[in-house]
Write a protein that binds this ligand. Structure first.
Ligand code: BES
Ligand code: MN
Ligand code: ZN
Length: 494
């Protein structure tokens, strides 16, 4: 979908549909008033009859409104501005785009701005772009007959007055973020037989081809062996697919500026290994590379924005499968850091690949490292599918990430990394074991990672619950690309 900004009075806009707001009680927004005047009180008449009362997220589609250039007018209920939370605003936007999607309109305009929506224009515009792209998304690339594509091809974020610099920036950024989200969803939705470690490496190389500012390198198992990545390599032992360690370096700033390093878990299928998972819903473990996909999506987004920052993506990618060669419970391996690990459960594999990638990350002299991983089922139990888990060894970094998530409505919640949890990882035979028992499973997983991140500012995002949806709307969500992109945008402003 194409996104643009248009300054125009709404009655003059030639397009398939113009969407304007109506507040609770039928009070017309600025743009709706303009349409009402141009149409000889047509809107006022409809509202007086009670067809549109302005209830939040209600919609009413009108055809051939007299005196209006657009083919259709969509009235969107905005509720009472004082009661409209971010959540309600998102529901209003979803309702508006669902209604738009129900029409054959190819292009549409949506009025943002305080007098039109009761909210900040830049916020509305950014979220509108993200919601429009979300609703137009179809996970049908592997259907022999693709579903009917969404009719809506271009969306204008419209204002009556001069669009602000903030609005322009928001739309440009949101369009790039939306495309990053789409890349992340596409990769997440691909099955494990297509989206292998080698496939992820190819896509990372393709990103470098598209963007001069990105340089991609791919390390093979023999390189990882030389680096001493015994923990990462222990996970891939049962697989026929070669593991890859993918690095993408985005250079948007002076080479002296230390990079933000994003490390994404890239398990392209997690069967659990010898600690085999139960069969029900095991297919969902194709999403276990969602952290990796979010690194690719975020890098694509910031490269499109041309953000003046240095950002490095690191993706340890492999499969976790059982075989005669596979790592067994009780096996002890030596990580790149030199610390030894007793693998008590081969299904706690994410931390085993991440720990070596996190040790490797130090080579890039990072300012900050953020890892993103579908790491624990415990996180789904704690926070459900609404909120990503966040743990960090620096509170100021945690606050920055939480704030970015609030800002773009891709929220996380911080869990404690208290020292008191660390003894759950004590092993009789090695420096640590890879599981910490049932209590606080998300925290002990992060405690494990914290033993490899002592030398830098680090945060961990557990996206086990937020990276995809189960049930009828099964599919990848593209989270937390918006959070990560907003975090990086905010760092430029600093
Ligand atoms: N990829 C899973 C985590 C996961 C579970 C993500 C459910 C999404 C939904 C991870 O590799 C895993 O298996 N974790 C184990 C760890 C346990 C053995 C300590 C888990 O959470 O059960
Ligand atoms: Mn697992
Ligand atoms: Zn996993």
């Amino acid at each position: 979908m194409e996104f643009s900004i248009k300054q125009s009075s709404p009655e003059k806009l030639h397009c398939g549909c113009v969407a304007v707001g109506v507040f609770d009680g039928g009070k017309l927004s600025g743009a709706a008033q303009a349409l009402d005047q141009a149409s000889g009180n047509y809107l006022g008449g409809i509202i007086a009859k009670g067809d549109m009362g302005g209830k939040a997220a209600s919609t009413l589609l009108l055809h051939k409104v007299p005196g209006i250039a657009a083919e259709r007018v969509l009235l969107v209920g905005l509720g009472k501005p004082k009661e409209v939370t971010d959540k309600v605003s998102m529901e209003i936007l979803r309702a508006a785009f669902r209604a738009l999607q129900g029409t054959p309109a190819k292009d549409a305009a949506l009025y943002c701005g305080d007098e039109n929506t009761g909210r900040d224009a830049a916020w509305v515009a950014r979220q509108a772009v993200l919601v429009a792209a979300e609703i137009a998304y179809r996970p049908d690339s592997l259907k022999s007959k693709p579903e009917k594509p969404a009719a809506l091809k271009s969306l204008a974020l419209a204002t009556m007055g001069k669009p602000s610099a903030a609005l322009k920036a928001a739309v440009g950024q949101a369009a790039a973020i939306a495309r990053g989200v789409k890349l992340t969803k596409d990769l997440g939705n691909l099955p494990g037989n297509i989206c292998t470690p080698a496939y992820l490496a190819e896509r990372a190389l393709a990103l470098a081809k598209e963007h001069k500012a990105i340089k991609t390198t791919v390390l093979e198992e023999k390189d990882m062996r030389k680096l001493g990545m015994g923990s990462l390599l222990s996970v891939t032992r049962g697989s026929e697919q070669p593991a890859k360690l993918i690095t993408l370096e985005y250079r948007g700033a002076d080479r002296k500026q230390k990079p933000v390093v994003l490390v994404g878990k890239g398990i392209t299928f997690d069967s659990g290994g010898i600690s085999l998972k139960p069969g029900a819903e095991m297919d969902e473990m194709k999403y276990d590379m969602s952290g990796a996909a979010s690194v690719l999506g975020t890098l694509q987004a910031i490269a499109e924005m041309g953000l003046p920052l240095n950002v490095t993506g690191i993706i340890p990618a492999c499969e976790n499968l059982p075989s005669g060669r596979a790592t067994k419970p009780g096996d002890i391996v030596t990580s790149m850091s030199g610390q030894t690990i007793e693998i008590l459960n081969t299904d706690a594999e994410g931390r085993l690949i991440l720990c070596d990638a996190l040790t490797y990350a130090a080579r890039f002299e990072p300012d900050t490292v953020v890892d993103i991983a579908t790491l624990t089922g415990a996180c789904v139990i704690a926070l459900g599918h609404v909120t990503s888990g966040l743990l960090s060894n620096r509170d100021d970094l945690a606050k920055e990430l939480l704030a970015a998530g609030e800002q773009i409505y891709d929220r996380a919640w911080q869990l404690p990394l208290y020292e008191e949890y660390q003894p759950q990882l004590d092993s009789n035979f090695a420096d640590m074991q890879n599981i910490g028992g049932r209590p606080a499973g998300t925290i002990t997983a992060a405690c494990f990672l914290s033993r490899f991140t002592r030398d830098y500012r680090w945060a961990h995002l557990d996206i086990a619950g937020t990276a995809w949806k189960s049930g009828k709307e099964k599919g990848a969500t593209g989270r937390p690309v918006p959070l990560l992109a907003q975090f990086l945008i905010n760092r430029v402003a600093k």
